[in-house]
Design a protein. Structure first.
Ligand SMILES: Cc1cc2nc3c(=O)[nH]c(=O)nc-3n(C[C@H](O)[C@H](O)[C@H](O)COP(=O)(O)OP(=O)(O)OC[C@H]3O[C@@H](n4cnc5c(N)ncnc54)[C@H](O)[C@@H]3O)c2cc1C
Length: 381
């Protein structure tokens, strides 16, 4: 057993941390206030090979392992959660196309994702009536000659207004329930696809979250990802990897909370001494650091299991559940340690607190993670 990072992982962490400190940290507050999509960040990240990290180089990806992806996500999450979620979903889509796509689909859609020609990519599953119960989606795709005709609505789609390509879950055979769901690759600008107004969110306000309306939207039949009826399995399998991304981002936000709390508590003097000398503050910092260590280990283990090619669904759900809940605890403590100042925009912990809240909701709520974990332990009851 070895807990050391390999040389290539250490170099990657140094590279991404330097980039994040120089480019992402200074822009994060403004992106949040102005609700501005981090297009410039993403372009630079594509140049660094961070947008299709685990896809082999022959398809334009970086050919890195999942541990590298998790480590890079932690560094970007530490700097800017809005950028991090966009990166995570884009990597998830690139990987989904690589795993399930035809040769033509891989060659057509992954290089522009990896190179930054596409600002981002989207994963469109959720509908107004189907969130946790993703198998209840109603958006239909009816075969018409060489096309599928899509009708329906998706909501809460990350990067939907900016994505060059989207993985869209559709019902191709109503009679088969979940086994009648398929995935289509839909390009931005396809006639019949309308992008809704961006959601005004509590946090991660630089990320773009929109609804998609499909009205007789015609997509070439060759854009079917995998086989008809495999869509539900494809979306869930891709989400397993996505959960490693979100868990990693949560570790990054947690690290930022810890770093800011250490700095502030050493500088803030009350009752004639730095507040870091009060045991109440020390315990909060000790708990944050312990949670962070546990979360990082869980996330990296899930990524490592994925790299071994073994089943990692339970590990990914546990890592996402623990890391996102721990990061919420850490953000709460970070604000507490900063006192009233922590409630103002003067200090970044105010943003961390808002940014982290959504991570126990998307890519499967904490309740859904517990269902996945329990099912993997108990079997289907
Ligand atoms: C900022 C943001 C970005 C998002 N990005 C995307 C995206 O890119 N693509 C996409 O497809 N979706 C996206 N989503 C949607 C997200 O995945 C859903 O919001 C999430 O799955 C929960 O669905 P819901 O909001 O409909 O809540 P619901 O499913 O209605 O859940 C409401 C509550 O009930 C609980 N609950 C539901 N079912 C059960 C059960 N069986 N047992 C116990 N408790 C249960 C939930 O845990 C939750 O607490 C995004 C959401 C947000 C807020």
């Amino acid at each position: 057993m070895n807990f050391e990072l390999q040389e290539e992982h250490r170099l990657l962490v140094d590279m991404v941390r330097n980039f994040a400190d120089k480019e992402l940290v200074p822009a994060a507050a403004e992106l949040d206030i102005q609700e501005r999509f981090p297009e410039e960040n993403l372009k630079k990240m594509a140049e660094l090979g961070l947008m299709a990290m685990t896809v082999p180089e022959e398809y334009g990806g970086s050919g890195m392992d999942n541990v590298s992806f998790a480590l890079a996500m932690m560094e970007v999450g530490r700097a800017c959660a809005s950028t991090a979620v966009t990166m995570s979903v884009t990597n998830m889509v690139a990987e989904g196309i690589y795993r399930f796509g035809t040769e033509e689909q891989k060659r057509k859609y992954i290089p522009p994702i990896a190179s930054g020609e596409y600002a981002a990519a989207s994963f469109a599953l959720t509908e107004p009536w189907a969130g946790s119960d993703a198998g209840a989606i109603k958006t239909t795709a009816v075969r018409d000659g060489d096309y599928y005709v899509i009708n329906g609505e998706k909501i809460f789609i990350t990067s939907g207004a900016y994505a060059g390509v989207m993985m869209v879950a559709v019902v191709t055979d109503k009679s088969k329930g979940k086994h009648g769901i398929s995935v289509l690759l839909v390009e931005q600008g396809t006639p019949g696809l309308t992008i809704g107004k961006a959601e005004e969110k509590m946090g991660q306000r630089g990320s773009n979250t929109v609804s998609l309306v499909f009205e007789d939207c015609r997509v070439p039949a060759e854009n079917l990802l995998g086989q008809e009826g495999d869509g539900f399995k494809i979306m869930l399998a891709d989400l397993d990897g996505g959960r490693i991304g979100i868990g990693s981002m949560a570790c990054g936000v947690m690290r930022a909370c810890l770093e800011e709390s250490i700095k502030y508590s050493k500088g803030r003097v009350q009752f004639g001494r730095p507040i870091s000398q009060f045991q109440a503050i020390q315990w909060m910092i000790a708990d944050m650091a312990t949670d962070l260590e546990a979360a990082e280990n869980m996330v990296l283990r899930a990524a490592w299991l994925k790299d071994q090619g073994v089943r990692f669904t339970k590990a990914a759900s546990m890592a996402k559940l623990f890391a996102t809940e721990a990061a919420n605890r850490a953000a709460y403590k970070a604000v507490q340690i900063h006192g009233g100042y922590g409630y103002t925009r003067e200090f970044p912990v105010e943003r961390f607190y808002r940014d982290i809240r959504v991570t126990t909701l998307y890519e499967g709520t904490s309740e859904i993670q517990r269902i996945v974990i329990a099912r993997n332990i108990l079997g289907r009851l």
